[in-house]
Write a protein that binds this ligand. Structure first.
Ligand code: 2AM
Length: 179
């Protein structure tokens, strides 16, 4: 099965991003991500044997991340993969820590991950062309992050569909730092 870990926004956040993407697609064309499938990937596992699923869940449960707010402040076009994405100007420290700890737990559990660094981005339009004019201004979006999700991605001719497998709650203080 094809697995990845992600932050999944509440409908209000997803709706605001989707509405913006619909307007932005006037400049870029392409396929706008449905509101229900908008997400921010934390770690991409790719194809994993079904019997390894419990190990992925166990690794995720070891992660003690902190709840935080993720501001979506910039939108850009990436030529190399033809997407329009939105994300924070700088990755919030609790999000960077969450992605790093998750990666460490997955590696320890024997999963293979891509070497490339974590880049906090939300893909909002795929198969986009370079926007002809400036993208519309983003609405103010402060995404409340209270959990992360292990997701199964099922590819079909209509695109990917996503099935949440396990939700892992973050806590207000995260893990108390060792002194
Ligand atoms: P993207 O949004 O930038 O395309 C599910 O495929 C999610 O995992 C997508 O959000 C995708 O990012 C991300 N992802 C990261 N690495 C990937 C890879 N090598 N192949 C496919 N998707 C990947």
């Amino acid at each position: 099965m094809r697995l990845f870990f992600a932050l999944w926004p509440a409908p209000r956040t997803a709706g605001a991003l989707h509405d913006w993407a619909m307007r932005a697609s006037r400049e870029s064309g392409g396929r706008v991500t449905h509101a229900e499938t908008i997400h921010l990937t934390l770690a991409f596992l790719g194809e994993v044997a079904a019997e390894r699923l419990p190990a992925a869940i166990e690794a995720a449960r070891r992660v003690k991340g902190a709840t935080h707010t993720l501001p979506i402040e910039q939108a850009r076009y990436w030529k190399h993969n033809r997407i329009v994405w939105a994300g924070p100007n700088e990755t919030p420290a609790p999000l960077a820590a969450l992605a790093a700890e998750l990666k460490a737990c997955l590696l320890k559990a024997g999963f293979e991950l891509e070497a490339r660094a974590f880049a906090a981005h939300v893909t909002l339009i795929r198969n986009a062309r370079e926007p002809r004019a400036a993208l519309p201004e983003l609405p103010r979006v402060d995404w409340p992050v209270g959990e992360f999700v292990l997701v199964r991605s099922v590819l079909s001719r209509e695109g990917s569909s996503y099935e949440p497998i396990e939700r892992c709650a973050l806590s207000a203080g995260g893990r108390p730092r060792a002194r």
